[in-house]
Design a protein around this ligand. Structure first.
Ligand SMILES: [Zn+2]
Length: 156
């Protein structure tokens, strides 16, 4: 089967030169597509952390009541259910079977987490399991998108 989706660029040939072999099929190493993905993840991370900081600021500077707290608690439960049960267990791992309307419901709940489309999320997570902490693991805390060990931000 031809290796059609691997994006290997000259500046990233160190992976091969270091004797680590060919990167896995379907893995992007460097280049514009990998850079675009990195930018997308950075924007999502900044929005999520920014939202959390803004919520903490709001909590201490504005009066809060049952509306804000019930919205926070229900949003937390619904979104986490959509991600863990929906995106992770159902769409990525097919751990169970369900009806069409429930599939839509858990998809919508997971989508509220603003972590990209369910297709992208499932593909990234399957790749994460297939290549844990090696090139191709899209959210490894140990290596970057080029397969290099992360420096001071390791684990972040
Ligand atoms: Zn998983």
């Amino acid at each position: 089967m031809p290796r059609t989706t691997t994006g290997l660029y000259p500046s990233d040939r160190n992976w091969e030169l270091e004797g680590k072999g060919q990167p896995h099929t379907g893995v992007l190493i460097g280049g514009p597509d990998a850079r675009a993905k990195q930018i997308e993840y950075s924007i999502l991370a900044v929005l999520q952390v920014g939202g959390a900081v803004a919520a903490i600021w709001w909590m201490f500077t504005q009066p809060t009541g049952w509306v804000e707290w019930s919205a926070f608690i229900s949003g937390y439960l619904i979104i986490n259910y959509g991600l863990s049960c929906g995106f992770h267990r159902y769409f990525t791992h097919r751990s169970f079977e369900t009806s069409t309307w429930m599939r839509y419901l858990i998809g919508i709940c997971g989508q509220m987490a603003c972590q990209g489309s369910v297709k992208k999320w499932a593909a990234d997570h399957r790749r994460h399991h297939a290549f844990s902490d090696e090139v191709g693991d899209i959210h490894s805390p140990h290596i970057d998108g080029h397969g290099r060990k992360m420096g001071p931000v390791k684990g972040f």
